[in-house]
Write a protein that binds this ligand. Structure first.
Ligand SMILES: NC(=O)c1ccc[n+]([C@@H]2O[C@H](COP(=O)([O-])OP(=O)(O)OC[C@H]3O[C@@H](n4cnc5c(N)ncnc54)[C@H](OP(=O)(O)O)[C@@H]3O)[C@@H](O)[C@H]2O)c1
Length: 253
């Protein structure tokens, strides 16, 4: 059994607490939360502290706070030569305080507090400064996920950009689609099967093979009709830019 302390009480920290609570390999030693009451439904209150000086010894400290606070939080852990990791997709391993051994435990998923996830299916991107620490992180990751990956800080930077395109931007496009539906008295849920099939089929076809639509067909009549339909300038610009990117990509093949 390994003792893990989690620092943070946001989206990721809560999902980690839930996942580790079901693992027989990990004991959650303690959780640090600035507002202790926000976690009382997840973990006994005697295990929650809001005082860095009261953080107890543990085998592993997982810092899951806002990216900008990782460096200062890591400097407040009152121990030396312990294994301390963060959960960020963008922050370098070097941002952690050098008083402790550094690592990364980045779960590649979009987390919202109130939306359940199946942690077993979530890739966990791991990085450590030596083999022994890596093996500790791998065993902790394997206790909650079937998908641990060895990913360097450089690779993680690239992966995070890929994730922004594949998740955050796509979600924003859903929002535009939803607005267009609402403005025209169409329920957005009519698009759910299309959205699900689009996401599902890239497991079987490459994104190039899976692409359909007027830009892929270079159908300028439909493209111009859509541009005439759109009233919002930002939506028009997004439509033009994505259409150009799809057409240019087709020319490269
Ligand atoms: N959400 C995702 O989908 C996702 C996915 C993968 C990785 N990540 C990464 O996981 C980390 C946490 O993200 P999140 O979405 O869980 O963030 P979040 O929901 O915004 O929560 C941020 C947490 O950081 C705490 N915090 C902020 N500044 C602090 C400080 N100076 N000292 C101590 N605690 C501080 C906040 O405490 P208060 O509540 O008291 O303000 C809160 O508990 C980030 O590195 C993020 O990049 C996020």
């Amino acid at each position: 059994m390994i003792q893990v302390t989690i620092i943070g009480s946001g989206n990721v920290a809560r999902h980690l607490i839930s996942a580790f609570s079901q693992s027989s390999f990990v004991e959650i030693k303690q959780v640090f939360a600035r507002q202790t009451e926000t976690l009382s439904h997840l973990i006994p209150s005697e295990k929650i502290t809001n005082n860095f000086a009261q953080i107890q010894e543990s085998d592993l400290y997982i810092i899951s706070v806002t990216d900008q606070a990782i460096e200062s939080v890591s400097a407040q852990i009152p121990f030396e030569n312990k294994l301390v990791v963060h959960t960020s997709g963008t922050v370098s391993i070097d941002n952690l305080s050098s008083r402790n051994r550094k690592g990364v435990f980045y779960p590649l998923q979009t987390f919202s507090k109130d939306k359940k996830v199946n942690f077993k299916e979530i890739p966990v991107c791991l990085e450590a400064q030596n083999e022994e620490d890596y093996l500790v992180l791998e065993s902790v990751a394997k206790s909650i996920s079937d998908k641990p990956f060895n990913i360097s800080s450089e690779q993680r930077k690239a992966l995070h950009v890929a994730a922004v395109f594949s998740c955050n931007f796509v979600n924003h496009l859903y929002r535009i689609g939803s607005e267009i539906c609402t403005e025209n008295n169409i329920p957005f849920e009519i698009l759910y099967p299309l959205i699900e099939e689009t996401a599902d089929k890239i497991k079987f076809l490459s994104p190039e093979e899976a692409q359909t639509g007027p830009a892929k067909r270079n159908d300028t009549t439909t493209i111009n009709a859509h541009l005439n339909f759109l009233q919002d300038n930002t939506q028009k610009e997004i439509y033009k830019l994505l259409t150009k990117s799809i057409i240019d990509n087709g020319k490269k093949l």
